[in-house]
Design a protein around this ligand. Structure first.
Ligand code: HEC
Ligand code: HEC
Length: 186
């Protein structure tokens, strides 16, 4: 009898333990502007966004963000055009080119680099009109909410992971960040 109670007690403790582990692994909602920015940053520097916002002139490819094959570069657009391979829709098979109309990298004059930044320096760049394509915060929000390249990241074609937040979670973070005055974490 007492043994039975002990076993049941152990089972309850185990279940509670499992419950607590799951709860503590769940993502915590950002509360401050700095936390909201860190959530945004986790998307900006995820492969789906960073691969088109690279440090160098070549786009990156795949979840490990290796340099694009075939000597493709933002500086060589007079050569092979992106849309020779990247069509209006994603290719259906593994390693076929993803597609959105007008697929391209940011221009060399305004490269919008996301790779290689600390969260602080990317945050400062993101809200600097001289380095963000002359965007105000509302324009930046609008871009994040509707831009076809941004939206593509949640429908990237076979074999590519999604950003770490849903698009709705990203927009909540953007709204909180802007409401708090767009602060940058140290
Ligand atoms: C196919 C390549 C491509 C992908 C994928 C892509 N972008 Fe971009 N992004 C661009 C280009 C090109 C521009 C410049 C367009 C312009 O200024 O009109 C741009 C501009 C931006 C800007 C505005 C400039 C700035 O720094 O303030 C933001 C913000 C942005 N992208 C965020 C993202 C996010 C977030 C993702 C992923 C969810 C993403 N992008 C995925 C190509 C891409
Ligand atoms: C000769 C064909 C070809 C050309 C031209 C080409 N690409 Fe690609 N690209 C591909 C293929 C194929 C893939 C997918 C490779 C894979 O999944 O392993 C790809 C993948 C990518 C990715 C990675 C997407 C991701 O998130 O993993 C980016 C970014 C990209 N290309 C950008 C560009 C840009 C920008 C241009 C023009 C400057 C361009 N590509 C020109 C064939 C091409």
């Amino acid at each position: 009898m007492s043994r039975d109670i002990k076993i049941k007690g152990a089972a309850v403790a185990l279940l509670l333990g499992v419950g607590l582990t799951v709860a503590s692994e769940a993502r915590t909602e950002p509360r401050t502007g700095e936390e909201a920015y860190l959530a945004i940053n986790s998307v900006l520097q995820s492969p789906r966004c960073m691969n088109c916002h690279p440090m160098g002139n070549a786009p990156l490819n795949g979840d490990d963000s290796l340099a694009h094959r075939m000597n493709i570069s933002r500086a060589s657009l007079k050569g092979l055009q992106c849309n020779t391979c990247h069509r209006n829709e994603n290719g259906k098979t593994l390693h076929s080119p993803p597609g959105v109309p007008g697929w391209r990298l940011p221009d060399p004059e305004m490269p919008l680099v996301f790779q290689g930044h600390t969260p602080h320096s990317l945050c400062e760049q993101l809200k600097d009109p001289k380095r963000n394509g002359n965007r105000t915060l509302p324009a930046l929000r609008e871009h994040m909410d509707h831009d076809p390249f941004v939206m593509w990241a949640w429908n990237p074609g076979p074999g590519r992971t999604l950003p770490p937040l849903s698009h709705a979670e990203l927009m909540s973070a953007v709204d909180l960040w802007i409401a708090k005055g767009a602060p940058c974490p140290n």
